[in-house]
Write a protein that binds this ligand. Structure first.
Ligand SMILES: *Cc1c(COP(=O)(O)O)cnc(C)c1O
Length: 458
């Protein structure tokens, strides 16, 4: 039999070299889609190509065609990199090729998932008896949590949504924040709850849901109610006042969902966990591991305080008979059937950093964001638009006749410059550069180089 070993070792070597040089390269992609097509496309080989040629071709293309999101100066979209232990564990996951849908298909991966779920709840300050599902990302986590909410509330109202759908069901009053992430609306759309029939709660100047306004909105509604709050505004990093929201929701018996894609991890830091006060009293939480926890894609996590509703909303087959199984089947808590062992890199990342290491990484990213904001605000042509409470910095060029155009031009120059990469955004009607510090490997020197590049390009 042909040995796989030479190919796998060669590939590991290529991957390691890619990561070794990631900090020194242009952060953006430096090739075009057409060049990549010319390099990798053409007619499908009729008889197959040598394996080494294939990985060599991919590795060569990666030098210019990937974006250095694994590097220390990528600050776009709240992406995060991957700590070495997580990357290594992910390789094992590929080598094992386990399907963790049901326990019996991979006892090891199912057990590792249970362990990782327990550790995540501990870090996030969530009760140990909450249910957990490992999904593709926070979009999947928001969807799953809201499906559990839909099931739970309609069951309380005497309606079996799994059997009968929403036709003729009692209406659910869906309350969102003016600044809810678009994946919430996507989840509502997919669940038949409607992306536009929601009621919106105004936010404050940092993008936090206003608890007083929520009380007014709740007072004017009736029936089953879902409230979608968020921890970590994608522009400012601000967190909704969760404890106040829970209190307002209580009287109405509403289900409180928190989208904590990246903000949830502030709970792991003793100096920032106050931002998440009340998180242990909500009904569901969605988050990402592939962002701030720095594990490879694809990995989001959903937690709920209602394991039976969560399971009933997702379970494949006989949803109405809760069998007593010796072990949990991971697929019962996610929309997917077959899937890879995406909790294994989470397990490795958490073991590698430990409780303190996660807290230190979160704190370090926040301190670096503050350092960047301080450097930039010292420049008279730049203005920081947000209170830097977490890892997000919004900066804008405020000189000249057209600050929006000047800001967009600065972003274009910055992305072409290649020292760092950050994306543009619109914040309360004005253009801004949004810098998300969420990579474990970013240093003060990286932040200073980034500040220099932004100032140079502005
Ligand atoms: C990134 C993000 C999402 C979506 O997460 P994916 O992992 O891209 O599916 C949802 N909400 C917020 C606040 C986010 O930052």
């Amino acid at each position: 039999m042909l040995s796989r070993t030479p190919l796998l070792l060669h590939t590991a070597d290529l991957a390691a070299k890619y990561l070794e040089t990631i900090a020194d390269r242009h952060v953006g992609a430096t090739t075009s889609a057409d060049a990549l097509r010319a390099q990798l496309g053409g007619p499908l080989s009729p008889t197959g190509d040598p394996d080494t040629d294939i990985v060599d071709a991919l590795a060569r293309a990666a030098a210019h065609g990937t974006v250095a999101t694994q590097g220390p100066r990528y600050f776009g979209f709240v992406v995060g990199g991957s700590v070495p232990a997580a990357t290594a564990a992910d390789w094992l996951v590929s080598a094992w090729d386990q399907n963790v849908g049901v326990h019996v298909l991979s006892p090891l991966v199912a057990v590792v998932e249970d362990i990782a779920a327990g550790w995540l709840k501990e870090l996030a300050g969530l009760p140990a008896d909450w249910s957990t599902g490992f999904v593709t990302g926070c979009q999947g986590a928001n969807f799953t949590a809201l499906a559990a909410a839909r099931h739970h509330l309609l069951e309380q109202a005497g309606w079996d949504v799994g059997a009968h759908g929403l036709f003729g069901a009692p209406a659910i009053d869906v309350v969102v924040s003016d600044e809810s992430h678009y994946t919430i609306f996507n989840a509502l759309r997919l669940l038949g709850l409607g992306a536009s029939r929601v009621r919106r709660v105004p936010t404050d100047e940092q993008g936090r849901m206003r608890a007083d306004a929520l009380r007014d909105v709740l007072a004017s509604g009736q029936g089953p109610c879902i409230i979608c709050a968020q921890a970590g505004n994608v522009n400012t990093g601000a967190c909704d006042p969760i404890a106040d929201i829970v209190e307002a929701a209580r009287a109405r018996g509403a289900w409180v969902h928190v989208d904590g894609a990246f903000g949830l991890w502030a709970a792991a830091s003793p100096s920032r966990s106050h931002l998440l006060r009340g998180i242990d009293r909500v009904d569901s939480v969605a988050t990402d591991a592939h962002k701030w926890l720095n594990v490879p894609y694809d990995c989001g996590v959903v937690f709920t305080a209602h394991p039976d509703s969560h399971r009933a909303a997702m379970v494949i087959g006989a949803a109405y008979i809760v069998e007593t199984k010796a072990e949990r089947d991971p697929r019962d808590f996610v929309p997917e059937e077959s899937r890879r062992g995406r909790a294994v890199p989470v397990y490795a990342a958490l073991r590698s950093m430990g409780r303190q290491g996660v807290a230190e990484m979160v704190d370090r990213c926040c301190q670096l964001a503050t350092r960047l904001a301080n450097r930039l605000s010292a420049d008279p042509s730049l203005t920081i638009l947000n209170d830097v409470v977490l890892n997000q910095v919004l900066v804008r060029v405020t000189t000249g006749p057209d600050p929006d155009a000047a800001t967009r031009a600065m972003i274009e120059r910055l992305q072409a410059d290649g020292t760092c990469w950050a994306s543009g955004t619109t914040w309360h009607g004005v253009a801004a550069l949004r810098v998300a510090v969420s990579n474990w490997s970013t240093t003060e020197a990286d932040i200073d180089a980034t500040a220099g590049a932004i100032i140079r390009c502005s």
